[in-house]
Design a protein around this ligand. Structure first.
Ligand SMILES: Nc1ncnc2c1ncn2[C@@H]1O[C@H](COP(=O)(O)OP(=O)(O)OP(=O)(O)O)[C@@H](O)[C@H]1O
Length: 252
């Protein structure tokens, strides 16, 4: 399996109230084709900072990010924006990620028109297809974000992300605000999307039981450092680090 993403020795420091915080400390990992990687850790462990760097929303102090073989560590401007057709992200606050003045259909269409060279008709068809892929009926193109439930809105955000046909989808606490049944539905949708769109997924969460049902491999982070990584089953059943053992004990 070749790697879609390679992250080498990523480090990021912030200064907060005059104090230095090493949010991400020498983090390395890879994501293979159609692989689902879970990044797990408590609040403040550096998960979202890793995601922000991958999306180009934060700069890194040092390290390297390769998208397949392309080094995107320091690209900016138009070249960086072009990478959005390869890496997409969905956040916890799905409603807030939509423009409230646009319908769901308009928002998805606008994401497609920025990143794919398709005719208006092709875009319209794609909007309906992607909504169907996430289990929403075509009638939702006319709805506004506030008219959707939290779970439906997260599905619409997934539709918008996959409509640009990314190689990698980053889900940052994307299911954290949803109840358990809706979370399970989103997990099913992600597994379906991985197959249909041949995507790799980075699933960021503090919810250890949830990753076990979804991911192939996990990375456990604590205080900016990767304390353990490996196939999900072996990390869950035979953790090597004391921190992972504690984390597992806390959810039993
Ligand atoms: N823009 C920023 N300025 C200053 N400090 C920051 C900034 N962003 C993150 N941090 C700090 O970096 C550390 C890692 O934060 P990060 O948000 O990456 O953790 P996280 O694991 O994603 O947490 P959560 O699950 O709560 O989102 C924290 O101590 C946080 O306060």
């Amino acid at each position: 399996m070749s790697n879609v993403l390679t992250v080498n020795h990523l480090t990021k420091t912030f200064v907060k109230d005059g104090k230095q915080i090493i949010a991400v400390n020498d983090v390395s990992f890879t994501v293979g084709e159609q692989e689902i990687l879970g990044i797990v850790g408590e609040s403040g462990s550096g998960k979202s900072t890793v995601a922000s760097i991958l999306m180009g929303l934060e700069s890194m102090d040092s390290g390297e990010v390769l998208l397949e073989t392309m080094d995107i560590s320091h690209v900016k401007g138009r070249v960086r924006r072009n990478t959005y057709s390869h890496i997409q992200m969905v956040f916890q606050d799905a409603v807030g990620s939509f423009d409230p003045r646009k319908t769901i259909g308009q928002s998805i269409e606008s994401a497609i028109s920025k990143l794919r060279d398709l005719s208006k008709e092709e875009r319209s068809i794609l909007v309906i297809e992607t909504l169907r892929d996430v289990g929403l009926p075509a009638t939702y193109i006319k709805k506004y974000p506030h008219e959707l439930s939290g779970g439906e809105c997260q599905r619409a955000a997934l539709a918008r992300a996959i409509a640009v046909n990314p190689k990698i989808l980053i889900c940052d606490e994307a299911t954290s605000a949803l109840d358990v049944l809706v979370q399970a539905r989103i997990v099913d949708i992600l597994l379906h999307l991985r197959e249909v769109h041949e995507m790799s997924i980075i699933f960021i969460t503090h919810d250890l039981p949830l990753v076990s049902s979804l991911t192939d491999r996990i990375l456990i982070m604590n205080d900016g450092v990767v304390v353990e990584s490996g196939p999900t089953k072996s990390v869950m059943t035979n953790p090597k680090s004391e921190y992972t053992t504690e984390l597992l004990r806390s959810v039993i």
